[in-house]
Design a protein around this ligand. Structure first.
Ligand SMILES: [Zn+2]
Length: 158
């Protein structure tokens, strides 16, 4: 499961791109499209939304919640929400403060882990969250907020 942040009504256009089935075929033998591919139905091309300006930001649920909490969002269900136009300056000031201080970002940092309670229990991997990831996501969110401000709209996530 993942969460995507995006600018509401951001300008985008459709563009033809090579289908993933062609990419996969290239890795093995030829470069032909899968005739039974659900995405391109064998044509090898798909239409994709291409956004102008700030790109939508996709994160795992756990990482999204950690970043959103860092920005001051609270509650049990942070998997969807929005930053209204009027709230954007406050959130941008928070991002500025977080970018300036690694100490302020530290609550989102998680070490990678690999745990298994007993030999027969399931093994749980967590990839962790490092400071460079947190910084990059804060920059990505700031770009979305700036675009939303220039369009007079909000940033949504779900
Ligand atoms: Zn395909």
């Amino acid at each position: 499961m993942s969460v995507t942040l995006y600018v509401k009504d951001a300008p985008s256009h459709k563009e033809k791109v090579v289908c993933h089935c062609v990419e996969e075929a290239r890795a093995f033998d030829g470069s032909k499209a899968d005739p039974e591919c659900w995405a391109c139905e064998g044509t090898g091309e798909v239409q994709e939304d291409v956004y102008e300006g700030a790109q939508p930001l996709n994160m795992s649920n756990g990482n999204a919640v950690a970043i959103l909490r860092l920005l001051g969002f609270e509650g049990d269900d942070l998997y969807c929400g929005q930053i209204e136009l009027a709230e954007i300056p406050k959130v941008r000031r928070k991002i500025m403060a977080l970018r300036a201080s690694s100490g302020a970002r530290s609550s989102a940092i998680r070490m990678p882990s690999d745990t298994q309670a007993s030999p027969n229990a399931c093994r749980v991997f967590e990839s962790g969250l490092d400071d460079s990831y947190v910084l990059a996501r804060l920059e990505g969110i700031e770009a979305l907020l700036m675009q939303a401000q220039s369009l007079g709209t909000s940033v949504y996530w779900n």
